[in-house]
Design a protein around this ligand. Structure first.
Ligand code: SF4
Length: 396
């Protein structure tokens, strides 16, 4: 039986940030975490036999006890990773502290190697040089470094250039992660027209970027991109890998959504998908937020089992299991049936622990941060996010 041994849990440790990206899907909220409330969620991942934890935000390095929660997660046996904009990691002392605490892998977000485009996407000047300094520091203190990139309208045509510049400057980079923009939440939802790409906008540059990484022996993952836009790299689709391996994901959102457990990876399928040979292992079109157009999908007629085999045999994957295709088919069918039952069960919010706390101080800080962010977004003619998810009871 296929054993999902590499589940990764996401823990949002803060929800504020020192950048004001116009497509941020997880902007500031009044919720906060103490070390104890973070430890409780680390314990929950350990109890669920998760492989690792990803510390995220907001900008996670803004939590004063990030080294402590990192050390605690390591002491409990989790593989500890962090997603950061690199602003604080650009300070060598902070990089040393995180390495000493036990951080193993850092995802530094770089959206564009053009400083002006990066500044526009970040809503903040001077971010690219700091991200480069963060990569340099992280490598120097012995962390594994991955590059994260949100695909959006402004960088869609230059994904290949980004990869080439980054790998030339930092040959030790071995892994890239692209997330197509999620237009359903936060500031991304209210600035859709400015940042949401069409799939065709990035098709060529994404393919060139993947080809370059593959040719140079590097690895990569791509999320929220349907397989008909992945060319011959279907095995690198995050959704497809999770479907094939039966992985789940829990995100502990530091907002009114709280904990969300995801066991199903299919989004929206168009009519043509019914004829597509990879339909069963494809995540389809990310439809939340209505940012993407089903008319852009086109059925594939490729060997589905070849994609499955290349995922099962991937030597870089800690969850790799050697299964025959018959064994995989049986395990996959059983998982699909089980996932339907579990999805029903997890609609009960009591199944997951409470995330963070709402305090008077947290509410006051939230109001002050929101005023400051409103000024910064107004300067760049960006809309501020609705409060519905950020502040319980406020539907504005
Ligand atoms: S046509 Fe549909 S099922 Fe096939 S690859 Fe595209 S989105 Fe996936």
């Amino acid at each position: 039986m296929l054993r999902p041994v590499a589940n990764l849990g996401y823990l949002q440790v803060v929800r504020h940030c020192n950048h004001v990206c116009g497509f941020c899907s997880n902007p500031t909220t009044p919720y906060s975490h103490t070390l104890e409330s973070m430890k409780a969620l680390v314990d929950d991942f350990v109890d669920r036999d998760y492989f690792g934890i990803i510390l995220t935000g907001g900008e996670p390095t803004l939590h004063p006890q990030l080294p402590e929660v990192t050390a605690y997660a390591r002491s409990r046996g989790l593989h500890v990773r962090m997603i950061t904009n690199g602003h604080r990691l650009a300070e060598r002392r902070f990089a040393d502290a995180m390495a000493e605490a036990g951080l193993q892998l850092v995802h530094v977000s770089v959206y564009s190697v053009d400083p002006e485009v990066e500044a526009e996407l970040r809503g903040t000047e001077g971010t690219l040089e700091r991200a480069f300094a963060a990569i340099e520091n992280a490598l120097a203190v012995g962390l594994e470094v991955n590059i994260n990139c949100v695909i959006n309208r402004l960088n869609a045509a230059t994904l290949d250039r980004n990869v080439k510049v980054l790998t030339e400057r930092f040959p030790a980079l071995r892994h890239f992660v692209w997330n197509n923009l999620d237009p359903s939440m936060g500031r991304a939802e209210v600035n859709q027209a400015r940042f949401t790409p069409r799939l065709a906008d990035f098709e060529v540059s994404l393919h060139r970027a993947m080809r370059h990484l593959h040719k140079t022996g590097r690895t990569f993952r791509v999320e929220k991109v349907p397989l008909c836009y992945m060319a011959d790299f279907a095995w690198a689709s995050t959704e497809t890998r999770k479907i094939v391996k039966g992985e789940e994901r829990i995100v502990y959102f530091l907002d009114a959504k709280q904990g969300v457990r995801q066991t199903e990876w299919g989004h929206l399928y168009a009519e043509g998908c019914d004829r597509c040979t990879v339909r069963e292992i494809c995540g389809g079109l990310f439809d939340r937020g209505n940012g993407y157009d089903p008319a852009e999908l086109a059925p594939l007629f490729v060997d589905r089992d070849a994609v499955v085999r290349s995922i099962l045999a991937d030597p870089s994957d800690p969850a790799r299991e050697r299964l025959t295709m018959d064994q995989w088919r049986q395990a996959h069918a059983a998982r699909v049936a089980r996932a339907k039952d579990e999805a029903r069960a997890t609609r009960d919010p009591k199944a997951l622990p409470v995330v963070g706390q709402l305090t008077d101080q947290g509410l006051r800080r939230f109001e002050a941060r929101r005023r400051s962010e409103s000024r910064r977004t107004a300067e760049r003619e960006l809309n501020m996010e609705r409060l519905a998810e950020q502040l319980p009871g406020d539907e504005s």
